[in-house]
Design a protein around this ligand. Structure first.
Ligand code: UD2
Ligand code: MN
Length: 238
């Protein structure tokens, strides 16, 4: 692998350059397991991919949506990526044919997870692993930054996708299988009890609140062997 966590085939130039964006805080054992699996998986797919870990500094409550927006923006500062895989740290793909590339619509990759008995939870579910081309993510204006704590940001994203008249693409149930590493709810990410209220204004604010409005401070950027590690602070009150 190349410094900063780029993986690519020596004898094949991939059509798309991928950025894998992982929102992160205090899940080191999960990250180790994921990397052990994801790197060989990407190699088999002859991908040109760079892994970015976006770590949220304490003390603010975890905000997965904002971290994914930040990952998109910071990745683009380093290279002109074509395709973005927004990837939970605890989801291990089980089928090598789950092809990590972007197409005409955003794609929900993690349709069949062991935790949900390998069934899609509901029609517009986009949790876990979702992929966008650069144009698609800009058009939907990324995730909302308003969801602090667990829940809501994924369903909000589904509305953003559908509002822009995209479909949610998925591979079949055998292909899109994942194992979610067993875990409890993290400290600093308690259930967001306001999530349903926030979602009511989802469509109204889509174009002015999201990727184009995320506020953050980069504390450090480290080009490591397996990934680029970016530590950020969120300050939504300013
Ligand atoms: C579900 C969704 C997830 C997200 C979340 C609600 C699936 C498979 N996943 O995950 O995409 O919508 O609900 O917010 O349905 N994380 C940390 N440290 C923390 C907290 C979170 O690293 O302290 C990251 C990590 O990448 C984790 C992700 O955020 O995988 C989602 O958090 P979770 O795994 O606790 O939530 P879960 O499994 O209910
Ligand atoms: Mn999880």
């Amino acid at each position: 692998m190349e410094k900063g966590g780029r993986i690519r085939s020596a004898n094949c130039t991939a059509r798309q350059r991928l950025a894998i964006i992982i929102p992160f805080r205090n899940r080191h054992p999960h990250l180790n397991i994921l990397l052990r699996n994801l790197i060989p998986f990407l190699r088999k797919q002859m991908a040109d991919a760079t892994i970015f870990i976006i770590e949220q500094a304490p003390p603010t409550t975890f905000n997965r949506g904002a971290l994914l927006n930040i990952g998109f923006l910071e990745a683009l500062k380093t290279a002109d990526f074509d395709c973005f895989l927004l990837h939970d740290v605890d989801l291990v793909p089980l089928n090598d044919r789950n092809f990590y590339r972007c197409g005409d619509n955003p794609r929900h990759y993690a349709a069949a997870i062991n935790k949900n008995r390998f069934r899609l939870r509901y029609e517009h579910y986009v949790g876990g692993v979702v992929g966008f081309s650069k144009e698609q993510y800009i058009k939907v204006n990324g995730h909302s930054n308003l969801y602090f704590g667990w829940g809501g940001e994924d369903d909000d994203l589904a509305w953003r996708i559908l509002n822009k008249t995209y479909k949610i693409d998925r591979y079949d149930n055998m292909t899109s299988r994942y194992l979610m590493i067993k875990h409890e709810r993290d400290k600093g990410n308690s259930k967001n009890t306001e999530r349903r209220n926030i979602m009511k204004s989802s469509s109204r604010r889509q174009d002015v609140e999201g990727l184009n409005s995320v506020k953050y401070k980069v504390n450090s950027v480290e080009l490591c062997h397996l990934y680029t590690w970016i530590n950020v602070s969120l300050n939504m009150t300013e």
